[in-house]
Write a new protein. Sequence first.
Lengths: 223, 311
Amino acid sequence: MPMVLLEGQKPGAWQLLKNGIFSENPVFRLALSLCPAVAVTTTVANGWILGVAVLLVQVLSSGTVALTRQWILPQVRIPVYTIIIAVWVSAIDMTLAAFAPALYAQVGLYVKLIVAFAIIISRLEVFASRYPLVPSLWDATGMGLGFLLALLTIGAMREVLGNGSLAGIRLLPGKPLLFFALPAGGFFSIALLMALFNKLERMAATRHGRPAAPRAAAGGSHG
Amino acid sequence: MVSRRSAWIVASLLSLLAGAVGTFATARAEVIRSVRIAPPDRVEIRLSEPLPQAALRPANFRISDAGAPDIPLAVKAVESPSPDRVVLTMGEKVSSTSVYRLDVLEPRESHTARPSPWGLLLTVVVSAALINNFVFTRYLGLCIFFGVSKKRDAALGMGLTFTFVMLTTGMFSWAIYSLVLKPLQLRFLQVLVFIGVVACLVQFLDTFLRKTQRELHKKFGIYLVLITTNCIILAVPLLNAASDATPLEAFGLAMGSGLGFALALFLMSCARERMELARVPESFQGLPIAFALAGLFALAFMGFSGLTFTR
């Protein structure tokens, strides 16, 4: 994990937010938590509800870990993190089921599965367990926003191409490309967007005259 | 003595299983010998003696879903191709995996048509492995899927380990859910409990294998570590809980999902090994092209959705 983790240096709020949204975007750059990125992004609304759920769970569990880290024994930290995440996921799950039942019916399974998302536990391990409350909250917000924005981007692309609408509003006349709303289209959309990210990054790197940083999304690592 | 004791345990388990299967067998009535659901819209009745011509009319037969016995399903036509067989054509679709109740007015008899346990098991397994393949249509376990599908050996080992762990955790969580959580109204704890069950069982399996089956552990132990908090393992108990599955269905879902995941991993690893030789545009190297490849597989798997094995 580059950039923010230089010990002793206090990272600023804006820097942390930017890091989560751009340089370490969970989906496009770290290639973490890919399952929901394909699964729920047939429409913007679905991407929105899961993105918000992840953002909330990330912020709440990062806050909890940052507050309680001096009492968590290092040997059992992973089970403790898992339990903390599971508690918050259950809370968010029940809240969504109560207040947004129609959307919840479509993404319910994935909301429960947030508990197994690699991005959340990796942020607890990498960041919240080493930094005090305020930077941890900013880091969690940045990561959550990065995830939310990635879901919205994929969702928007698939909804415009596959449905001819955006957030339920009709945009394009004529027959949409149904393919992008199908499961297979999700894989292709992510492939295209990731390739686009790679391309943009290489263009930016050549303009600044420095080599492109190695990154999970290009190397095919997993998490 | 150990072998005799284990033989006794196996025998008692088998007898339990036989008892469970036995409850599926239907009670024999007098004239009606058996009722078979033949999707999409037919019901076949086997008789021990022919019915009188007057009894061969739709109003004589009443078929309802066992879950909603008050609502009869429309019977459109009745024919008797041979003296010992009556075929009902229904006005709506019937499924070979649901339980139906048949009431006949003349002679006054009723019969319950249950899916045969093997048929049901096969249906659930095929449906989970092919039609609703975890990777290609439900998009679960993608992280592991893209991480481990580079080498064929690793993919196979991972797939087999997954199937085994899914079976154990799936059945264990099913038991806890339906025997403890549901009666005590503690369903809201399911996420917490399932993840605990998965973590404990994987840890237990790891220790057990290390102490008893050293060779096996050397081969598959490394995959076990990766499994603990994986969405695909957790999804099986959650899906079972959501659909209030019977033990047989829970077993079938765990088995089918595991096999489906193993199949997906194997296919993907074969394709990716060949892709190493291909010239890929620079922007697409690594994960993007793997995603496109998975998209092609997903397209191919859509062909299975035409199977009438829907649950």
